[in-house]
Ligand binder design. Sequence first.
Ligand SMILES: NC(=O)c1ccc[n+]([C@@H]2O[C@H](COP(=O)([O-])OP(=O)(O)OC[C@H]3O[C@@H](n4cnc5c(N)ncnc54)[C@H](OP(=O)(O)O)[C@@H]3O)[C@@H](O)[C@H]2O)c1
Length: 308
Amino acid sequence: MGTRRVLVTGCSSGIGLAVAARLAKDELKRFKVIATMRDLGKRMALEKAAGDSLNTNLEIKQLDACCEASIRECVNSLPDRRVDILVSNAGVGMIGPLECQSIGAMKELFDTNFFGMARLVKEVLPDMKRRQSGHIVVMSSVMGIQGLLFNDVYSASKFAVEGFCESLAVQAMKFNIKTTLVEPGPVVTEFERKVYEDAEKMDLSETDEETAKIFREVYLPYSKKIFTSLGQTPEDVAEQTVNVITAEEPPLRHQTNRLYMPMTALKHADPTGRLPLDAFYKMIFKHDAVFSATLGLLRMVQRRVGKR
Ligand SMILES: NC(=O)c1ccc[n+]([C@@H]2O[C@H](COP(=O)([O-])OP(=O)(O)OC[C@H]3O[C@@H](n4cnc5c(N)ncnc54)[C@H](OP(=O)(O)O)[C@@H]3O)[C@@H](O)[C@H]2O)c1
């Protein structure tokens, strides 16, 4: 197989940046990377990470996932408009009590996380069909499998992404196009920093005192513990994304964090949904000590695995 052209979105930081840099530095030189970002003023971190591969195996272009014209312009600028692999990664987060979030803000989040991905797929799919080849890789989340309190809207956007890809995958198969949902658990990136920064500043006056207290005193510390205990690096997620891209038979779904898998497994273990509901409720509201001890244990396992 010759060099494959990969278009990655959201490469100014985090997972997108790590995926683009990792693909561009591939020892076997299997990829030409079109690393895109909405604001080219933020290109420095990627340029640094790309090193010698910049302008050889990696080219930086502007693309705003919320703007059809910018997506078209980017794809039109490529020879034969050819995109062999699309990595739709651009995404934003949102946490907090529902009463404190405006419908406008929810629509904006969907515009990036769901419609951004749908616009990209619409743009590249017809060409992939004509060529009878291609791979659509979408950065989803474990929250596209299992919802989490105070992540209602973010989780809904990832469920939408999952439903879209799962439906499309069958039609795509008929045209020899592969579809993969990469599902990271917590990853330590700008995403986490931005979400917590917004949470600290959030006006909680629209919700009742008990909910505000649960959000501030239970959820936020709980969530931070999860990130420090189970959080992966963007480079780790990038490595696994490359494995998925180069697999002979790429899976429809790939969860990147083994330590998070017991939480998502609950969903499949009980079709009534009671098991995950009870487990999350008890974990968060009843057994804080057990929860903390479990995270401590997982942290140890993580370190041991990391050393190997
Ligand atoms: N971090 C996690 O814990 C985690 C877990 C599971 C899944 N994910 C998913 O992984 C993906 C990447 O997130 P990350 O953790 O790497 O966060 P990040 O460091 O904040 O990166 C997000 C990227 O998306 C870009 N972006 C946002 N809106 C865009 C738009 N309209 N058009 C083009 N680019 C846009 C951002 O650009 P700007 O710099 O211009 O804002 C940034 O480059 C997201 O889809 C996220 O939902 C993250």
